[in-house]
Design a protein around this ligand. Structure first.
Ligand SMILES: Nc1ncnc2c1ncn2[C@@H]1O[C@H](COP(=O)(O)OP(=O)(O)O)[C@@H](O)[C@H]1O
Ligand SMILES: [Mg+2]
Length: 366
């Protein structure tokens, strides 16, 4: 989606210095002042990452910067990410995300909200070959930029296979995945179901560990189900969500997402498939539509009666992993029968840590 903020920040001096200090392009624009008077400015010339909404990198700067003559680097600035959209459905998500993040404030590795509100934007649409501009009000949330690499980037290469990528597997099993589970456990302790757990929504940093992003679908346990706002990422949301709202929110939704994340990261495969599937959606290469998703999850639900061991035996997990502790445990995390899936993320973190430890025999710290 192309979104352009309407208001340019006034002083050209600041924009130039900002560009230097924060590695941003020169066209920095002012979003507004935060409650504490600091100014939020972002680079809206390019989106930070592909996604459903526009995401811009920016900084918050003290108000004195606007009139000062010294370089911006001498002021305390803070890198932020701005998520912004003018569409009703997205705006509801942004409001929800902001609420949930405020509820989770204080947990490390969770985006910290620095401001939210509304901002005028310009959207472009091509009509009969002409560029039509419209000014709209968009909703935004700005949160502190979190350092680290997208966990998705740490997956092993499917061509080489896990056994030839032991360094990556070690990092994943001893640090990244137990760290992700431990972070989710902290989120669950605050009664929040994330609802969109996958390797594109987590970051890993050597010193800071795992961060969890993207709380647009998150929900409080006990609140009405969020399903009407979308189900999450295909393959990562559990089969019980395919048929409309779940009866109640459940931590096992995140357990399934974590299980599939373990599976895809360690194997390099795009998703889980089973021998009973007439069509493996991961081999067709197209983004699955509603009917593909129904077929896929229907085949998975047909396996609900299997034991976790049998389930894994029927899966596309590489044969040499099927009889390992990891393989056996995965059969629990990704079980289509939610009742057979463990729910306590804290225990899952410990179990993954043990499994990583026994794979690699080293000391493991969370
Ligand atoms: N606080 C943040 N710090 C660093 N990178 C972020 C932050 N928030 C988002 N990102 C980057 O933007 C991408 C998309 O953000 P996300 O919240 O998942 O939005 P979407 O709803 O579009 O998936 C992430 O995968 C990550 O690369
Ligand atoms: Mg995301």
């Amino acid at each position: 989606m192309e979104v352009v903020l309407r208001t340019y920040i006034r002083a050209p001096y600041i924009t130039r210095k900002l560009a230097e200090a924060a590695g941003l392009a020169e066209h920095v624009k002012r979003v507004g002042n935060l409650a504490d008077g600091r100014i939020l400015v972002v680079d809206d010339s390019k989106s930070l990452a592909p996604g459903s909404m526009a995401l811009f990198k920016g900084v918050v700067i003290p108000p004195e910067v606007e009139t000062a003559e010294q370089p911006l680097a001498e002021f305390e600035t803070e890198l932020v990410v701005l998520k912004v959209s003018p569409y009703d459905e997205h705006m509801a998500t942004i409001v929800r995300e902001t609420e949930i993040l405020r509820h989770l404030a204080g947990i490390p590795g969770i985006p910290e909200v620095v401001g939210d509100g509304e901002v005028p934007i310009v959207t472009h649409k091509e009509i009969f070959g002409m560029d039509m501009q419209t000014t709209k009000t968009a909703r935004f949330v700005a949160y502190r930029y979190l350092p680290g690499q997208l966990v998705h980037k740490l997956r092993v290469s499917n061509d080489l296979g896990w056994a030839k990528e032991l360094k990556k597997v070690e990092l994943l099993l001893t640090q990244v995945l137990p760290g992700l589970a431990a972070r989710l456990a902290q989120i669950h302790e605050k009664n929040v179901v994330h609802h969109d757990v996958h390797p594109g929504n987590a970051l890993f940093h050597e010193q800071k560990g795992v961060s969890v992003l993207d709380f647009g679908l998150a929900n409080l346990l006990g609140d009405p189900p969020t399903i009407e706002r979308g189900r999450g990422a295909f393959g990562y949301y559990p089969p019980e969500l395919i048929d409309g709202p779940a009866p109640t929110e459940d931590f096992r939704i995140d357990v399934y997402g974590l299980g599939v994340s373990v599976f895809t990261l360690v194997t390099g495969l795009k998703g889980i498939a089973y021998t009973n599937m007439p069509l493996n959606p991961w081999e067709t290469g197209v983004y699955p539509n509603e009917s593909v998703a129904r077929n896929y999850y229907g085949s998975i639900q047909a396996l609900s009666h299997l034991t976790p061991e049998r389930l894994i035996a029927e899966s596309n997990l590489p044969d040499d992993l099927k009889n390992t502790e990891l393989g056996k445990y995965l059969g629990n995390l990704i079980h289509p029968n939610a009742a057979l899936r463990p729910a306590e993320m804290g225990k899952i973190a410990l179990r993954l840590q043990q499994i990583g430890g026994s794979f690699f025999g080293g000391e493991v710290h969370l």
